[in-house]
Design a protein around this ligand. Structure first.
Ligand SMILES: [Fe+2]
Length: 333
């Protein structure tokens, strides 16, 4: 449902354009993205990596630093007029916006961008025009990625203020609720809302622990998702990552809502990357919002030999959840 407060509906005009990770493990990230997931390495230096997935000169950037997290998400807006609508909505809510510098724009592969402090301190960056290239792609995921009108992927974020986070995306970007999933997890119930801003079933998933305002995830994102066109590239990446020694969080399985087949692997920074194939696109004419009782139709099991590691992860999550009680979560609205 679009937000009735807005006179103009900009649904469909916004898509995920790029992400910037900050990590001190550039060598691991290089192996993870190039040899594992199979992206195209565009440039590398001692302090930064940039990867392509399509004609955009840059989609996935890793910059040297201590955060071990996604530090910025770029959102591509259809045209300057739509960007003006978004900026007006932000101004009406006293949400500060600043210009990115030309050097920062160059590092992101865009002509220019505006930046704001989004929910949970995520730096959100708005741009209209990406720098593109016709140079051939050289990547192991040779069938290519789903991008275009769907954008480059989705992000899943845990929140102690899920109602505010939903409101932000609905009021500023006219996001629509695709569906919800409730999933029992380690003795608590996780409620997940899936939001779409275009034909992709969800560009954002917002997860909250029911009845408890705790956040079990220490990073801003719980996972980032990328989608490939061919099943061979899903299975190929799974096998390559395992051979390279990267740890799976959840082996291949299928989600009930967007019907996507995917696996989840621990990135060098600790948050998960979901790699998927065959997710449906929403047909606005007949879509019905549903509520599911499990995150997976089948699969998505932790690997058999990782009992110790999952114990360690769960204990870490529990401690972080308790620590989150003492930490305020930023919301711009
Ligand atoms: Fe996902």
């Amino acid at each position: 449902m679009s937000n009735s407060m807005n006179a103009v509906d900009i649904f469909g005009a916004v898509r995920m354009g790029y992400i910037v990770v900050q990590s001190s493990k550039l060598g691991d990230w290089r192996r993870f993205l190039k040899q594992g997931l199979g992206l195209h390495l565009e440039t590398e230096s001692d302090t930064a990596l940039a990867f392509r997935m399509d004609a955009h000169q840059r989609r996935f950037m890793v910059e040297d630093g201590a955060a071990e997290d996604v530090v910025a998400m770029g959102w591509q807006v259809r045209d300057p007029a739509t960007l003006d609508i978004i900026l007006k909505r932000l101004a009406d809510r006293d949400i500060a916006v600043e210009d990115g510098t030309p050097e920062e724009a160059e590092r992101r592969g865009v002509k220019s961008f505006r930046r704001l402090r989004g929910p949970k301190d995520m730096q959100l960056e708005l741009f209209v025009e990406a720098v593109t290239t016709g140079a051939p792609l050289n990547m192991l995921a040779s069938g290519g990625f789903v991008t275009g009108d769907s954008g480059m992927g989705h992000a899943a974020i845990t929140s102690r203020k899920p109602e505010k986070m939903l409101r932000f995306w609905q009021e500023i970007f006219d996001a629509r609720l695709s569906d919800r999933i409730s999933q029992p997890l380690g003795g608590v119930m996780l409620d997940i809302s899936f939001l779409r801003v275009n034909e992709r079933h969800h560009s954002l998933a917002i997860a909250a622990v029911r009845g408890l305002r705790i956040d079990p995830i220490g990073t801003r994102v719980q996972h980032v998702n990328l989608l490939v066109n061919r099943m061979e590239d899903l299975v190929g990446a799974f096998e390559r990552l395992r051979d390279l020694g990267f740890e799976m969080a959840h082996e291949i399985g299928q989600h009930p809502n967007d019907k996507e087949m995917s696996f989840y692997v621990l990135s060098p920074s600790g948050f998960e990357v979901e790699f998927g194939w065959d997710a449906l696109k929403v047909n606005e004419a007949n879509w019905k919002t549903a509520h599911y009782n499990a995150i997976s139709l089948w699969g998505h099991k932790p690997p058999k030999n990782s009992a110790l590691n999952s114990l360690r992860l769960n204990l870490g999550n529990f401690r972080r959840g308790l620590r989150s009680l003492a930490r305020p979560e930023y919301s711009p609205i």
